[in-house]
Design a protein around this ligand. Structure first.
Ligand SMILES: Cc1cc2nc3c(=O)[nH]c(=O)nc-3n(C[C@H](O)[C@H](O)[C@H](O)COP(=O)(O)OP(=O)(O)OC[C@H]3O[C@@H](n4cnc5c(N)ncnc54)[C@H](O)[C@@H]3O)c2cc1C
Ligand code: FES
Ligand code: FES
Length: 499
C-alpha cells in the first residue's frame, strides 16, 4: 500500500490529491457503495456506520493485534485515512467490491436481523449491521447501569421504523459471538484479527488544502508553530461536525491520530496516580479503567455519546473543546486532575480547575498541544470511604448533550465526616466549574441530611452559579438540578436513617 491510500473492502483506494476535508462516507458512496447512508451527517443517527480494523490500542486488554471498531463514516475525514482498513456493508457479504452473493452467505448478524424481522424500510439497516458486526468480534461492553446491553451496543443507531426490539435482541445475542475468550472464530473476518494492521501512516495529503499527520509530538508542535493557520484534529468528532454541518474549510489540517509518543497515545499507572494520554480514545480509556483508577470517569463513560463516537473521540479533544456541557470536564475537575501541556520549551502543568479560561477557551496556547491528564488517587482516610457520584441529565437517555452534568468526589473519615469535597458541574456557567464555597462548607460535616454544615453547603450551592436558559433547559430548571442532584447524591450515598 502506498502511504496515501487505504483499504476499502480489501481493495486499495488512492487518496493522493484528495481534499482532506472529504468524509469517508462521501469517498465510499462515490465508489458506488451506497449501502452506507447519510442520515444526519453529524454522528447522531448511525446510518453511515462502517467498520475499521485497527491495531489494538496498547492500553487495551485484548491479546489480539487488531480489533474491529464501528465508526461514523460521516465524521471520519480523508486526512485520517491513510493506512486504514475499512469495511462497508457490501464487504461483509462479499469477497469483492460490491458484488452481492446469495442470501445463504449472509453474515450471521445479517441472517439474525433478517430472520427476526429487524429490518423494515431498510434505510438504517446497513448501519445497524455494521455496528453489530464490530461487536460480533469483540465481547460486549455491558453497561451495568442501564441493564440494557443491547441498547448499549446500538445507542448510536436510530431506526425511525422502530425495529428496536428485534434489533436489540439480535445485538444481545450476537455480541461477542465471533470471539471467545480472546481467541476468535474461523470466518474470514475473525482470521484477519490475528494479522497486524498497517495502521495510521504519516502520509500528508498533497491537495490544494494540505494535511499533515506527524508521528511525534515534537514534529506536531513544530508544525503548529511554523504554520499557525492549521486546524488541529484528533478524533474529529467535533471538528467533523463543523465541516459537515457548518461547511467550514480550513487552510490546512494537522491530524494528531498517528502520534505514537506513549505519553500522548497511551495510559500508564504509577503508585498513586494514572496518566491518560490526550490522544487516547474514550473506548480505550474505558478498557484501561477496568483495572481501576479515575472511578468518576469509569461511571461517566457509558453515558458519553455512542460506541461509534467513543471509538474515535479522544480525551484531549473533549477537554480542548472547553464545552460548558462536555461530560468529562466535571469528571476531571472532581478528580482534581492536572493537564500536561506541551510546547517548544517542554511540558508544563496546569490544574484542570485553572484550565478553562473563558467560554470555549483554555490555557493551551496557539502553538501548544494538550499532551496528557494526570489523575492522582484520592486516598481513602483510614476507616473511611469515598463517595464517587456522577449524573448526566439530558433529554434523551443516550447520545444527547447534557443539560447539567455533575461529578462529586467526597472523602469521609471513619465517623462519616467530610475530609475533602470536590463538587463539579457542567451546564451551569460559561465553563465547567467547581462549587468551591459549598465544598468548603462541607469540611467537617457529617455526610447526611440534617447536618448543619450539609445544609449550609446546599444553601451555598443554590447561589453558586447563574445558569442560562437555552433549548436544553430553562435557567430555573438548571438551578433546581444544581441542588436536586446534590440531594440525590446524598440520598443515595449517605448511610443510616438520616439519608
Ligand atoms: C453525536 C455526538 C455525540 C456527542 N456526545 C458527547 C457527549 O455525550 N459528551 C461529550 O462531552 N461530548 C460529546 N460529543 C462531542 C465530542 O465527541 C467530544 O467532545 C470528543 O471528545 C471530542 O474529541 P475529538 O478527539 O473527536 O476532538 P476533535 O474534534 O478532533 O477536536 C476538538 C477540538 O480539540 C482540539 N484538539 C484536539 N486534540 C487536541 C490536543 N491534543 N491538543 C490541542 N488541541 C486539541 C481541536 O483543534 C478542536 O478544537 C459528541 C459529539 C457527537 C458528534
Ligand atoms: S449520517 Fe448520521 S451518524 Fe453519520
Ligand atoms: S428499518 Fe426503516 S429506518 Fe430502520
Amino acid at each position: 500500500m502506498t502511504s496515501a491510500s487505504f483499504l476499502l473492502n480489501g481493495v486499495r483506494v488512492e487518496l493522493e490529491g484528495t481534499d482532506p476535508h472529504v468524509t469517508l462516507l462521501d469517498l465510499v458512496r462515490e465508489r458506488g457503495l451506497t449501502g452506507t447512508k447519510e442520515g444526519c451527517a453529524e454522528g447522531d443517527c448511525g446510518a453511515c456506520t462502517v467498520v475499521v480494523r485497527e491495531t489494538t490500542h496498547p492500553v487495551q486488554s485484548s491479546a489480539l493485534p487488531s480489533a474491529y471498531r464501528a465508526i461514523n463514516g460521516c465524521l471520519a475525514l480523508a486526512a485520517q485515512l491513510p493506512g486504514a482498513e475499512v469495511w462497508t456493508v457490501e464487504g461483509v457479504i462479499d469477497t469483492g467490491l460490491g458484488a452481492v452473493k446469495a442470501a445463504t452467505e449472509l453474515h450471521p448478524v445479517q441472517e439474525a436481523i433478517a430472520t427476526t424481522g429487524g429490518s423494515q424500510c431498510g434505510f438504517c439497516t446497513p448501519g445497524f449491521v455494521m455496528t453489530m458486526v464490530a461487536s460480533y468480534y469483540s465481547p460486549m461492553v455491558t453497561d451495568e447501569q442501564s441493564g440494557d446491553p443491547g441498547g448499549e451496543v446500538l445507542a448510536g443507531n436510530l431506526c425511525r421504523c422502530t425495529g428496536y426490539r428485534a434489533l436489540r435482541a439480535v445485538a444481545t445475542l450476537t455480541s461477542g459471538a465471533g470471539s471467545v475468550d480472546g481467541s476468535v472464530g474461523t470466518d474470514r473476518f475473525a482470521r484477519r484479527l490475528h494479522d497486524p494492521v498497517v495502521g495510521a501512516v504519516t502520509a500528508g495529503l498533497g491537495s490544494a488544502v494540505v494535511a499533515y499527520r506527524p508521528s511525534t509530538l515534537a514534529e506536531s508542535i513544530a508544525r503548529l508553530a511554523s504554520e499557525p493557520g492549521l486546524r488541529v484534529i484528533a478524533g474529529a468528532t467535533d471538528v467533523g461536525v463543523e465541516i459537515t454541518r457548518g461547511f467550514r474549510r480550513y487552510e490546512g489540517i494537522l491530524s494528531l491520530d498517528a502520534i505514537r509518543d506513549p505519553i500522548f497515545s497511551n495510559c500508564s499507572r504509577a503508585e498513586w496516580s494514572i496518566t491518560i494520554g490526550a490522544g487516547v480514545t474514550m473506548t480505550a480509556l474505558e478498557d484501561f479503567l477496568r483495572d481501576g483508577g479515575a472511578p468518576l470517569a469509569r461511571h461517566m463513560l457509558p453515558w458519553f455519546a455512542s460506541r461509534q463516537i467513543r471509538n474515535r473521540a479522544t480525551v484531549g479533544g473533549n477537554l480542548m473543546t472547553a464545552s460548558p456541557i462536555g461530560d468529562m470536564s466535571p469528571v476531571w475537575l472532581a478528580h482534581g486532575a492536572v493537564a500536561l501541556i506541551g510546547g517548544r520549551s517542554g511540558i508544563r502543568e496546569v490544574r484542570v480547575s485553572d484550565f478553562f479560561t473563558g467560554y470555549r477557551q483554555t490555557a493551551v496556547g496557539a502553538d501548544e498541544l494538550l499532551v496528557a491528564l494526570r489523575v492522582d488517587d484520592d486516598v481513602v482516610p483510614r476507616g473511611g470511604r469515598r463517595v464517587e457520584w456522577v449524573r448526566k441529565v439530558a433529554r434523551r437517555n443516550r447520545v444527547d448533550i447534557s443539560t447539567v452534568a455533575t461529578a462529586f468526589m467526597v472523602l469521609l473519615d471513619g465517623n462519616e465526616r467530610v475530609v475533602s469535597a470536590r463538587l463539579a458541574y457542567g451546564g451551569v456557567a460559561a465553563t465547567p466549574l467547581r462549587a468551591i464555597g459549598a465544598e468548603d462548607a462541607l469540611i467537617g460535616a457529617v455526610w447526611r441530611n440534617g447536618d448543619g454544615h450539609v445544609a449550609d453547603a446546599r444553601a451555598r450551592l443554590g447561589s453558586a452559579f447563574a445558569p442560562l436558559s437555552d433549548h436544553r433547559g430553562s435557567a430555573s430548571y438548571r438551578q433546581r438540578l444544581i441542588t436536586g442532584l446534590f440531594d440525590a447524591c446524598l440520598a443515595e450515598t449517605a448511610t443510616g436513617s438520616d439519608r
